[in-house]
Write a protein that binds this ligand. Structure first.
Ligand SMILES: Nc1ncnc2c1ncn2[C@@H]1O[C@H](COP(=O)(O)OP(=O)(O)O)[C@@H](O)[C@H]1O
Ligand SMILES: [Mg+2]
Length: 266
């Protein structure tokens, strides 16, 4: 579902070359996304999906080059903390980095500062605490308010991190393999929560190698392989057996039901 803001540029990357250590992940990579356009970037392990998100979060940088142009929210210059607040991100790395002793409510509160845990110098208004409380309930995590992060199940941790990503009302929700490691119930619950926020106007940017976690509302799919765009377009046209077989280098049979897709051995 497109929201009222559809059409304003969210992310514009032109001709970026990006290294991680000695590995050149992207060479002359370009991709633009609009606000209100739900997009899934699908690709095998090592394709560069997480690196792309790190580029958005300002955790990795392109090689300086006159031809390279990156605009976020239409601006060439941005404050990394502003961007982190406008993009509600959840990644596995975040889940691993997150400190075990932080309680459920504080995990959510930390979203207001895009920090990991909360600190004595950070002030929270009554309104922010109330919003965090409400978000915890909305995530079905009310009982985790005082529970340590380290004592939560993977699904509970993931829902708290989703609440953290949403509490500051970002423009877009940015998820890296959102349901990997979750059982079927936790997967369905998590995807329901994500879809509810898409319907409330959040733009979804999803990066994954799991075809089955692409919600029906996603209209555009980008196939990424070895840092290159293999296909980019309307989901129905891009998610084909031929394209996926080429993407994953193995024969794929694709099944589809109620707007969801699943890959089976070909
Ligand atoms: N810190 C790093 N140092 C060196 N190479 C890295 C580092 N992180 C990732 N890479 C390499 O960059 C490539 C892209 O990784 P990544 O963006 O994590 O892919 P994906 O998320 O699609 O699985 C891979 O070849 C990976 O080995
Ligand atoms: Mg990754």
């Amino acid at each position: 579902m497109r929201n009222d803001q559809a059409g304003s540029p969210l992310i514009e990357i032109q001709r970026a070359t990006v290294y991680r250590g000695d590995t050149c992940v992207f060479t002359d990579f370009s991709l633009s996304l609009q606000e209100g356009e739900h997009v899934a970037i699908l690709g095998p392990n090592g394709a560069g999906k997480s690196t792309f998100l790190k580029l958005l979060a300002g955790e990795v940088h392109p090689v300086p080059n006159d031809a390279t142009n990156i605009r976020l929210f239409g601006e060439e210059q941005w404050n990394v903390w502003d961007v982190r607040k406008r993009l509600g991100m959840v990644s596995h790395e975040l889940q691993h980095q997150y400190m075990d002793q932080v309680t459920g409510l504080k995990v959510i509160l930390s979203g207001f500062y895009a920090s990991i845990g909360i600190y004595s110098h950070q002030d929270f208004s009554y309104a922010q605490v109330a919003m965090a409380d409400k978000m915890l309930e909305e995530m079905g995590a009310g009982s985790l308010k005082d529970r340590r992060f380290g004592a939560m199940s993977t699904g509970e941790q993931r829902r708290c991190l989703l609440g953290r990503a949403l509490v500051h009302d970002p423009t877009a929700l940015v998820l890296d393999e959102p349901t990997s490691g979750l059982d079927l119930t936790a997967t369905f619950h998590y995807l329901d929560l994500v879809r509810a926020h898409m319907q409330k106007g959040k733009t979804l940017l999803l990066v994954t190698h799991h075809i089955h976690e692409i919600p029906p509302e996603v209209e555009r799919v980008v196939l990424l392989k070895q840092g290159k765009t293999l296909q980019d377009g309307e989901k129905r046209a891009v998610l084909t057996e031929a394209n996926l077989s080429q993407l994953f280098d193995c024969p794929v049979t694709l099944v589809q039901a109620n707007g969801w897709y699943q890959a089976l051995p070909g």
